[in-house]
Design a protein around this ligand. Structure first.
Ligand code: ZN
Length: 331
């Protein structure tokens, strides 16, 4: 099945991709309109006039308007996916559905974003990222916040529950990793999985290090949970996976295998680097990718720390405190 055929099949099932522009490097974000009762939108796009205009235009093309929306489903906490939610609710009075464990987090967007930044700053400094880079990244992150929004969830979803629309049943599956709140929606009858950023066709989903949904400051082992989540998704007999960016995925098991192989290889490579001498997360990231753009520094660090978590859990490396930074040492 080509991506075009997959999109056509989804459309026959009443699911239409609305690709909404974002100001971010990732490009457009996919929202999905489900023509059912209630009229449902999965994800909203970022909080910008341009995104709102495009959303309105693309809904118009299908004979709907923002005011008609009755349910907004949020797949995860990232701002490119939920920034327009408050505006949509203002216009339409739509219900907002999201994972129950994410409700507090979504309601406290501004406060949590601030705490996330502090958490990231500490993590980056401990990992040996130079202070000027950390400060630059913090101001980038602050400026990005305007594209986000708080969200008042009126329909909390439990992991494993079934969200019933008139014509379909969507099984709610919590699949943390890319973010702690990643949730996918499985239509077993049509074998369609709405996966958002949990599985992307051309880029691997960054398992971003973040604070857990309980609001504490513990660090999540993002890549460890992501691998666990991917393995679960691999078992689904999906024919079409609808991602948060790019074209539909039709061979999800092969794609997941590819991602897992790549992770195993990178883990070995990082172990090799650590065996040379104890290194900080930043040093390892630099050896792998050189000096990346400031905005990429947290992504690459998340990748490195994710793989180091795997090695830590396997007892192959350990963390040693060295002044203000943490180094990883082979055991
Ligand atoms: Zn995301």
């Amino acid at each position: 099945m080509t991506p075009e055929e997959a999109l056509a099949r989804a459309a026959e099932a009443g699911i239409h991709r609305l690709a909404i522009p974002t100001p971010f490097a990732v490009g457009r974000v996919n929202c999905y309109l489900i023509e059912d009762d209630p009229l449902t939108l999965v994800d909203t796009g970022p909080n910008s006039g341009k995104a709102l205009d495009e959303l309105q235009t693309q809904l118009d093309e299908r004979g709907h308007s923002i005011d008609d929306l009755e349910l907004v489903i949020l797949t995860h906490q990232h701002i490119d996916h939920l920034g327009l939610v408050e505006i949509i609710v203002e216009h339409s009075g739509a219900e907002v559905a999201a994972l129950d464990a994410a409700v507090r987090r979504l309601a406290n967007f501004a406060e949590d974003a601030e705490l996330d930044d502090e958490f990231s700053v500490q993590l980056m400094l401990r990992s040996g990222i130079p202070e000027n880079v950390v400060i630059a990244l913090q101001s980038v992150s602050r400026s990005f916040r305007a594209w986000g929004s708080r969200a008042q969830v009126t329909r909390p979803l439990r992991d494993g529950e079934v969200l019933e629309l008139r014509d379909r049943r969507l099984e709610v599956m919590h699949r943390p990793g890319h973010s702690p709140s990643d949730t996918v929606f499985w239509d077993a009858e049509r074998r369609i999985l709405i996966a958002a950023d949990h599985l992307l066709p051309t880029i691997s989903s960054n398992p971003l290090i973040s604070r857990p949904l309980d609001g504490s400051n513990r660090r999540t082992q993002a890549l460890v949970s992501y691998i666990d989540s991917l393995r679960k998704t691999r078992e689904l007999p999906a024919e079409i996976v609808l991602p948060g960016h790019g074209d539909p995925v039709t061979g999800h098991a092969a794609l997941i295998d590819e991602r897992l192989v790549k992770t195993a290889r990178r883990k070995e490579k990082i172990l090799g680097l650590v065996r040379e001498r104890p290194k900080t997360g930043h040093e390892i990231a630099q050896e792998l990718w050189g000096n990346v753009a400031v905005t990429q520094a947290f992504l690459t660090l998340s990748e490195v720390i994710g793989h180091l978590d795997l090695l830590l859990n396997e007892g192959l490396v350990r963390e040693v405190q060295d002044g203000d930074v943490v180094r990883y040492e082979a055991r």
